[in-house]
Design a protein. Structure first.
Length: 132
């Protein structure tokens, strides 16, 4: 099973900072500089995992992403996520409230932690025999 991962606002990261590749064999990774509210559902409707650094994720958006299993929120996105709607839809939440800011070393560390957490989630999902 291939997990589809989308980063909706990668331009929030300092120049040169990147997410390390996942260790899992089957995944797709789409990273957008900055999607507006309408573009998020248009481009991410088939995503299993969303990574959000600063964008708001609303109930209306969540309802248009039926495959979504996990939202990884960092920085200011933690406060802009409709957590009740996500839970009601059965979407798991993982928060990294660390500020991305302009410090490249801290942002790179955050990206590494997010990638490791996604790897761990995918392994657990596959070990439980779940299918998308």
């Amino acid at each position: 099973m291939t997990m589809n991962v989308a980063v909706v606002d990668g331009a929030q990261l300092p120049a040169g900072v990147e997410f390390p590749p996942l260790k899992t064999a089957k995944y797709s990774w789409e990273q957008y500089p900055q999607l507006d509210a309408g573009e998020i559902t248009l481009r991410c409707w088939k995503s299993d995992i969303l990574v959000v650094l600063s964008s708001a994720i609303t109930r209306t958006q969540l309802e248009k992403m039926p495959r979504l299993k996990l939202i990884v929120a960092a920085d200011e996105a933690c406060a802009q996520l409709d957590q009740d709607a996500a839970r009601a839809q059965g979407v798991e939440l993982l928060a990294f409230p660390d500020a991305v800011g302009s410090d490249a070393a801290q942002a790179q560390d955050l990206c590494a932690r997010i990638s490791a957490a996604i790897d761990h989630y995918i392994r657990m999902f596959e070990d439980n025999g779940a299918s998308s």
